[in-house]
Write a protein that binds this ligand. Structure first.
Ligand SMILES: *Cc1c(COP(=O)(O)O)cnc(C)c1O
Length: 393
């Protein structure tokens, strides 16, 4: 098939895209219109948790597509009920509201916390979030995010999101006041540069929020669904948050997200919350297939082991090239460079001779790795070998 540059002019410009069109994917591999092959360590931004086009997702979609696609969110459907049960059975939460994107799930979390504040905390509505955090691209979630510059692009912002410093409990303590209803954070800051919250910080945060009577919300859109080697990242700290949001991996590549809460927090009344596609069986059937795979005996232990292997190989590269080490959790990791050449390496990796490599540089001084959770050790080795060549100055 021929693709002409002019064809792409019909798309609204939002980001510079390389001059290739992807046509096919399988596991850790993508193929473009010219048949060129790419090793994918982005996976749709940590979305394709089982790789490209996994058979269980193709089967779930095919079977569900000819059975029932969308009876309306005002009715129960089988996969919606089954997935909600799988999520509550395997977490500390009691109830689930399905959404389509991470940002939408976070909007739901913000609404739920504000409603709870109106009912139980004299109208408290402020949600403390963190510098460098990322919670999505709707107006409220951009306001909640701590990305530099995001306070002015679409000003005025949605009010009520004071920013504390990540991994610094005193800065949270200082911000809690009569208007505070919740604290919201990513257990691992993904877009911020793969920065895990310290276990001690998460524990202290739970203690502080409980003592002050405010909610704790974990945004696990990126860190959840097995990404860190546990089903949910909050488990590493052994804490019980009040609200959690999921996205990305839960759909294995299709638009699916979820808002989970403990029973005592669930205070939506009819009319408060909803959405045309929410909980549709086509997407939730995929969520069931993803959950079943993650819960299969040994799967998460394998993610943990692969994460350790990736960390070890990245550390070796770092030592060899005099870089600044690596960090992360499970299969969400970053290699810390000694300069700001991340974006240049990403470009060069795409254009490598022979096999291309898909990498991401959320900050210019680091490279992020978010492969499929079932990536093989051999694929990690292949990525390291390609990256080794790219790092030669
Ligand atoms: C990606 C991401 C979001 C936004 O998810 P979308 O599906 O793009 O709306 C929110 N929070 C975190 C932590 C994310 O990584």
């Amino acid at each position: 098939m021929q693709y002409h540059a002019a064809n792409t002019d019909s798309l609204m410009f939002i980001t510079p895209r390389p001059d290739i069109v992807f046509e096919r994917g399988e596991g850790s591999w993508l193929y473009d219109h010219a048949g060129r092959q790419y090793l994918d360590f982005i996976q749709g931004w940590a979305v394709n948790c089982l790789g490209h086009c996994p058979p269980e997702i193709a089967a779930a979609l095919t079977a569900q597509a000819s059975r029932l696609i969308n009876p309306s969110p005002a009715f129960y459907n089988g996969p919606m009920v089954e997935l909600a049960g799988l999520l509550t059975d395997n977490s500390v939460f009691d109830r689930v509201f399905f959404a389509n994107t991470g940002a939408e799930a976070n909007e739901g979390a913000i609404k739920l916390a504000r409603k709870w504040g109106r009912l139980h905390k004299e109208g408290a509505y402020e949600i403390i979030t963190f510098g460098h955090s990322f919670h999505g691209r709707t107006l409220a979630t951009m306001s909640a995010s701590g990305k530099a510059g995001w306070d002015t692009i679409y000003a005025p912002q949605v009010a009520g999101f004071p920013k504390a410093t990540y991994n610094d409990i005193a800065t949270v303590d200082a911000l809690i006041g009569p208007k505070t209803v919740a604290v919201m954070l990513e257990p691992v800051q993904g877009e911020g540069g793969v920065i895990p919250a310290d276990v001690e910080f998460l524990k202290a945060l739970r203690e502080l929020t409980t003592a002050r009577g405010v909610l704790l919300i974990v945004d696990e859109v990126q860190s959840g669904m097995g990404r860190t080697g546990k089903l949910f990242a909050y488990e590493h700290a052994g804490i019980t948050p009040d609200i959690m949001t999921l996205g990305k991996g839960i759909g294995g590549g299709v638009p699916l997200a979820a808002l989970l809460a403990r029973e005592a927090i669930c205070c939506f009344e009819p009319g408060d919350q909803g959405g045309t596609y929410n909980g549709n069986p086509l997407m939730t059937a995929v969520g069931v297939a993803v959950m079943q795979r993650l819960l299969a005996p040994g799967f998460l232990a394998e993610v943990e082991a692969r994460g350790q292997y990736l960390a070890k190989r990245l550390l070796e590269l770092s030592a060899k090239h005099g870089l600044k080490g690596e960090r992360g959790s499970g299969l969400l990791r970053a290699l810390i460079l000694d300069d700001e050449r991340g974006p240049a390496i990403v470009q060069a990796a795409l254009k490598l001779e022979g096999v291309g490599l898909l990498l991401n540089s959320p900050r210019p001084n680091l490279l992020r790795f978010m492969p499929a959770l079932n990536v093989s050790a051999g694929e990690i080795d292949q990525m390291i070998e390609l990256l080794d060549g790219l790092l030669q100055k």
